[in-house]
Write a protein that binds this ligand. Structure first.
Ligand SMILES: [Zn+2]
Length: 407
């Protein structure tokens, strides 16, 4: 089965016209007038595709295509809100491709056993109201509704009032699901598929992230009269820590690690640095590997502190655990690729998506489509029509597999 490419691209063009920016991108902040206009269009497209539309108490929109049985649904979703001057594909593509899946099943008069639901999640981006992905987070039980309702934007406007103002405050009974599986199609937002010359990637999960602060305590002293062997130079030691962070990640497959922030005291040309504070961001898909990377860094730091006679402390202050996706849904996506004779590879998502929270509710996976230059969250974000069509073909066939499975 293949989707109708021109019909899907036309829907993408229509939604991209809502909140369009002069540079070819979109600004559709959550619960803004542009978001309302976008939702109205998405609702119309859902209804034209024969989907029954319902709105829940968080503004999440669900369009349902009945199955022959009354089992939990296969849910296909993404989001139509954007960042400021964002791209036209981030989120919108996943929702519109899912609507195209429903249209194509209608064209072919396919009845699935399980219902299929298409979801437009509210406020995935978290730009206007923090945190990101809060409405799938409520559905997954991560946040309470009252917490989300009380979030305010920079002008002090409350989430709940804004949701009511745009006419999308529905009821709790109309949340998506119950879900047998969740599948999200999204642009990659990174350069891996482009480098591998592949249109489509099978996402095996969302990486774990851990943030630490490393403080190096040396001794500030005059740069002239202090012989090299008597110094305790905090910055020279910090340079070795930075190098160790890079080396650890380089020799661990699929790991990334970054020192992105550094403060040097006293930061003076003729004074030996006495104190350095730096950030360390480490990411990996396997929780055990992430732990091992941090443990190894701690060992390197202890050895360096000894060798150089400085104090080095690592304070690990934040961790977002990895979300491995369900092997059954990942396999359905890979089977769909095989059936379409489409080469693909597995990869990890380095960014969060609503799929992260849905993975706590039901078996979940994602499909990525190549982004030119790996760019996203900017007007230059671009994927070719061919790649967008191939990603949607995979969504169609994977959804059909999942929805037709008995039980
Ligand atoms: Zn997105």
């Amino acid at each position: 089965m293949r989707i109708d490419r021109d019909r899907m691209l036309e829907s993408i063009d229509r939604l991209a016209a809502v909140g369009a920016t002069p540079g070819g991108g979109v600004t559709r902040l959550a619960l803004s007038d542009e978001d309302r206009q976008g939702r109205e269009l998405v609702g119309r497209l859902m209804e034209e595709a024969g989907l029954r539309v319902r709105i829940d108490d968080l503004g999440n929109m669900t369009g349902r295509r009945d199955g022959s049985g009354d089992q939990p649904a296969v849910v296909l979703g993404s989001h139509c809100d954007s960042v400021r001057r964002g791209g036209r594909y981030d989120g919108a593509y996943g929702v519109l491709a899912a609507i195209e899946v429903a249209r194509r099943l209608n064209d072919l008069a396919v009845t699935t056993r399980r219902p299929i639901e298409v979801v437009n999640w509210t406020n995935e981006e978290g730009v206007r109201f923090e945190p990101a992905m809060m409405c799938s987070g409520v559905v997954a039980g991560r946040f309470g509704r009252a917490y989300v309702y009380d979030r305010r934007d920079l002008e002090g406007k409350r989430f709940e009032e804004e949701l009511r103002r745009i006419g999308y405050l529905g009821s709790e009974g109309d949340r998506p699901g119950p879900a047998a599986a969740y599948l999200e199609l999204h642009i990659e937002q990174g350069p891996v598929l482009e480098a591998a010359d592949l249109a489509v990637g099978v996402v095996q999960g969302i990486v774990g992230i851990t943030w630490s602060e490393v403080t190096v305590e040396g001794r500030a002293d005059h740069a002239g009269p202090s012989p090299m062997e008597l110094r305790r130079d905090a910055l020279a030691a910090a340079a070795q820590v930075i190098s160790a962070v890079e080396q650890l990640a380089r020799r661990t497959p699929e790991a990334v690690a970054t020192v992105g922030r550094l403060t040097v005291e006293p930061n003076v040309i003729n004074t030996i640095p006495g104190r350095v504070v730096m950030s360390v961001d480490v990411r990996h898909g396997e929780p055990a590997t992430l732990e091992a990377l941090v443990a190894e860094l701690e060992q390197v730091i202890a050895a360096l502190a000894d060798e150089r006679g400085v104090g080095i402390a690592l304070d690990r202050f934040w961790t977002s655990e990895a979300t491995p996706f369900a092997p059954s849904v990942v396999a359905a996506v890979e089977d769909a690729c095989r059936e379409l004779a489409l080469p693909s590879r597995r990869l990890w998502s380095g960014a969060g998506h609503d799929a992260k929270y849905m993975a706590e509710v039901c078996p979940t996976a994602m499909i990525f489509v190549r982004s030119r230059g790996g760019l996203s969250h900017c007007e230059e974000e671009f994927s070719t029509a061919e790649d967008l069509a191939e990603g949607a073909d995979v969504l169609l066939n994977a959804a059909w597999r999942l929805a037709d499975r008995a039980g």
